[in-house]
Design a protein around this ligand. Sequence first.
Ligand SMILES: Nc1nc2c(ncn2[C@@H]2O[C@H](COP(=O)(O)OP(=O)(O)OP(=O)(O)O)[C@@H](O)[C@H]2O)c(=O)[nH]1
Ligand SMILES: [Mg+2]
Length: 319
Amino acid sequence: MQQPVTASTASAASQEHRSGVVAVIGPPNAGKSTLLNRYLEQKIAIVTPLPQTTRNRILGIVTGTDYQMIMLDTPGLHKAKEMMNQEMVRIAMDTLEEADIVLFLIDAEAMHALASDKKRLAKRYAELSNYLSKIQCPAVLALNKVDRLAKEALLPMIERFTSIHPFRAVVPLSALKGDGTETLLHTLVDHLPVGPQYYPEDIPTDASERFIVAELIREQVFLRTRQEIPYSTAVLIDAFKERPQRQGGSVVIHATILVERGSQKGIVIGKQGKMLGEIRKAAIKEIEHLLYCKVQLKLWVKVKKKWTSNEQILRELGM
Ligand SMILES: Nc1nc2c(ncn2[C@@H]2O[C@H](COP(=O)(O)OP(=O)(O)OP(=O)(O)O)[C@@H](O)[C@H]2O)c(=O)[nH]1
Ligand SMILES: [Mg+2]
């Protein structure tokens, strides 16, 4: 197993400084956010076992001695019916406009699981092929989750993908375990144009602390609720106040969890507030890890009917 990639290990061979934008796109649940976090060596993008976790474009800056890779994590590509989902897919596809390279990331395990059903497999490749046809710039294919798959299973996949799109390279990897991630970084950097360092080297993202905090709360809702509830919830930060050292040096955060129906509110709060208490406790742990200080978190749950089709709220959520 490889160690997390560090700045000094990548692209040692290249002479000139390279920089540019890598858009990571692919189906939901493929491991896009896991990969971003691995390169950043911290959690900037939330990760859950549920598809459609990421809803925004999340920019991560991976800086090495002779490169700066600006990586855009995106919402998963899927057939979108609701307004929010359509916005998610639009956000992902829009990143193609600004990308120097596209990293098309696939869950190879999920793809292999379809292998015995020829009809479904053909349909899946057709769907992916449709997304691939929209890519104008160089693309690299990453086959993720190889820790769950025999190597032989990759060969037919590689053959089929390379027959539908002229990928510059194909890299099998495990974003979770780290295998292949350094090879992938080298490959991506080698395809970046020669260019300057755009951001200071110690900045991992352009996302605000408020945004990441809201995401960390939403992550706990995703991890703890079932069925449609994760998809009916969003988190808005109402207050974010840093208290000076003489008052304990903590951060006071007030946040509202939006739900679409009264019944969902009851579930998110739980019996005698148990569920909300668990969400709060787990979120505090994550937020304290992010902000390196004590956090006081107050959570409210509010019903906002059909917020997933409410343009104003989607804008407030940065979509
Ligand atoms: N076994 C295994 N699991 C992985 C790997 N990479 C990611 N996962 C898991 O796959 C699930 C989805 O990971 P995410 O990083 O949230 O996937 P995503 O592509 O960002 O998903 P969306 O935001 O929904 O589009 C999580 O449970 C991860 O832990 C991997 O290399 N191996
Ligand atoms: Mg994601």
